[in-house]
Design a protein around this ligand. Structure first.
Ligand SMILES: NC(=O)c1ccc[n+]([C@@H]2O[C@H](COP(=O)([O-])OP(=O)(O)OC[C@H]3O[C@@H](n4cnc5c(N)ncnc54)[C@H](O)[C@@H]3O)[C@@H](O)[C@H]2O)c1
Length: 364
């Protein structure tokens, strides 16, 4: 079996060093960063890296055994010289579309790009066109899609034991690009990536701090309702309950608490003799051995490269995610109106004054 040659573009936290931030946090199962995922997968090897910050690349080289002659400050040169099979794009959303499109147009076979997909819907459209035209395999790093804890949530919903899914609650939606992109992806997957009909939403913050014409100046927090075409309703709340997610079905509920550290299953009791509903009762849910979602995502890319079969993610679900982000923004701009998806205006663009450039934690 071939070992696929992987290259990293963006060698900072999610690219390479975030593992050191989450040691001992039981919601996350290592490896977590892209580079740690490739290093743990026997079917991939890291051959080169690119970053605008040479000091970050130097640390990356030491940590992952990539010699200086394979470090690039110009990602185009990396792709042209190294001809990698897989490219990771772990930059910020403002710096994603151009890199993904160049990689797709220059022979890269598979791309693992971070969330949120891009800074605008127009960029997402252009990325999808390039990836489709060049038949490039794609996964976006919304990790819960590859997390076996949430696989079990999906299996329970699909078993039909609880009846049909009716609602999905996100308790702490957070900022749309950074955090809600994860939450939206989870909700979409739990509802089988069914199409969304409309959204209705509200953002936090004053409009003058959020918008300057067609520029979105910051990544805003947003709450709202998502109406799927199959009748399922999503509720994205902004409460202090943290990363809790709940699937509510006709005859029971399944809840992930504290970012999937604990799980609860409730089933409806049978009706009493007079037809009264007797409430919900907790049923035990055995622990399962959790594994790294990043490694599963990398293995999904490898499987697609080996077989030509589709990945669990793909550009279509990444685009659906972007429609929700921009649908929320559009609804807010129209005073909380229902906004039909896809969103009409493709030009609104995230352009923050200070973009990323975080200091990675180099040691655990
Ligand atoms: N999936 C997750 O759980 C998760 C967790 C953390 C962060 N993220 C996402 O990962 C992305 C990166 O986050 P971060 O905190 O590591 O960001 P960061 O800003 O610290 O790192 C981005 C890196 O990309 C480099 N870069 C920018 N433009 C470049 C270019 N043209 N060529 C080469 N390098 C370039 C920067 O120099 C920087 O080192 C964000 O989109 C963030 O939302 C995802």
């Amino acid at each position: 079996m071939p070992v696929y040659r992987a290259a990293l573009i963006g060698c900072s936290r999610m690219g390479a060093f975030i593992d050191n931030e989450v040691v001992g946090y039981s919601a996350v199962h290592l490896p977590y960063s892209h580079a740690a995922g490739y290093a743990a997968c026997p079917r991939t090897e890291i051959v080169a890296c690119a970053d605008l910050r040479e000091d970050v690349m130097a640390k990356f080289g030491e940590a992952y055994g990539v010699p200086k002659e394979h470090h690039y400050t110009d990602y185009k040169k990396l792709i042209e010289k190294e001809r990698p099979d897989i490219v990771s794009v772990a930059t910020q959303p403002e710096h994603r579309a151009e890199i993904v499109i160049f990689a797709a147009n220059n022979g890269v076979k598979a791309i693992y790009a971070e969330k949120a997909l891009s800074a605008s819907l127009k960029e997402a459209d252009d990325m999808a066109a390039a990836l489709d035209r060049e038949c490039v395999i794609f996964n976006m790093g919304t990790n819960r899609r590859w997390d076996n804890g949430y696989d079990r949530m999906k299996e329970i919903i699909e078993s039909g034991d609880l009846g049909a899914l009716q609602s999905f609650i996100i308790y702490a939606n957070g900022t749309l690009f950074n955090t809600a992109s994860h939450n939206f992806d989870l909700m979409l997957r739990m509802n089988n990536d069914e199409p969304v009909d409309w959204v209705q939403a509200n953002l936090h913050g004053k409009d003058e701090d959020l918008f300057d014409g067609n520029i979105l100046k910051t990544d805003p927090s947003g709450e709202g309702i998502i109406q799927f075409r199959n009748g399922v309703k999503g509720y994205a709340l902004l409460t202090r309950r943290g990363s809790n997610f709940e699937a509510i079905c006709e005859k029971g509920t399944i809840t992930a608490r504290n970012n999937g550290q604990t799980w609860e299953l409730y089933k409806s009791a049978p009706m009493d003799d007079s037809g009264r509903h007797m409430g919900l009762f907790q049923e035990p849910l055995p622990d399962i051995e959790r594994r790294s979602s990043t490694l599963t995502l990398v293995e999904d890319l490898v499987h697609a490269l080996d077989t030509g079969e589709p990945t669990r993610g793909g550009i279509k679900v990444a685009q659906a995610n972007m429609e929700l982000i921009f649908g929320f923004i559009e609804s807010h701009r129209r005073g909380g109106a229902k906004v039909k998806l896809p969103v009409e205006d493709r030009t609104l663009t995230l352009k923050r004054q200070r973009v990323g450039g975080n200091t990675p934690k180099y040691e655990a």
